[in-house]
Write a protein that binds this ligand. Structure first.
Ligand SMILES: [Zn+2]
Length: 204
């Protein structure tokens, strides 16, 4: 859970706020709303970082940079799960990486609601065919998926084959939901899933 120290530009109050995922673009953006204890929800131009907040952001940025520098290939293990395919019986072994890919897709869709399943299919095919080579240009949502996979690989043991199986598994899921649910069939499905998950988390 990331907590950052902010200052409200309206009332000068300093406060801690949970940010969720931090996106490092031209301007910082946060997954969650930033809420001043006095003024309530703040717009981007109404928040300032305190010195404490800046230090914390710097630390997070450096740790993300470091993980980004390592290639997916370097992060893969020889052995991995040892499974030949993802089926109902061994699916749980792949959950961290499947969940990571789907979460990255969900966050991209939250950022850009014009996304459609066909774009996701295109991206996943591109990743499946190129993820172990260095010289491919990726768009923002593809990079988000790659960075998520890297973070999963840092914490879990997966092989090259596991990574490819997982991408293919999600790809098939997108195709399936698109064929039954229309051009945003899959994106609606995972949004529902992650929103439900979020509500559950907040209940605890
Ligand atoms: Zn305020």
């Amino acid at each position: 859970m990331t907590i950052i120290n902010f200052q409200c530009k309206k009332c000068d109050t300093e406060f801690d706020c949970k940010t969720g995922e931090i996106l490092f673009g031209d301007i910082l953006s946060f997954e969650k709303e930033i809420i001043c204890p006095k003024c309530g929800k703040l717009d981007k131009d109404e928040i300032a970082l305190t010195e404490l907040g800046q230090t914390r952001i710097g630390e997070i940025y450096i740790s993300e940079e470091n993980s980004v520098k390592q290639s997916i290939l370097d992060l893969c293990d020889e052995e991995g799960t040892g499974f030949e395919a993802i089926n109902d019986l061994d699916r749980s072994a792949f959950l961290p990486i499947l969940f990571g890919i789907e979460e990255a897709i969900y966050l991209s869709y939250k950022k850009d609601s014009s996304l459609e399943d066909s774009k996701i299919i295109e991206s996943l095919k591109k990743l499946r065919d190129n993820i172990f080579s260095d010289n491919t240009d990726y768009n923002d949502s593809e990079n988000a998926i790659i960075n998520k996979i890297k973070r999963v690989l840092e914490l879990n043991s997966f092989s090259k084959r596991d990574v490819l199986l997982s991408i293919s598994k999600v790809l098939n899921s997108v195709k399936l939901h698109r064929s039954t649910g229309g051009k945003k069939g899959y994106l609606s499905f995972i949004s529902g899933f992650f929103n439900q998950l979020k509500t559950k988390k907040e209940e605890y």
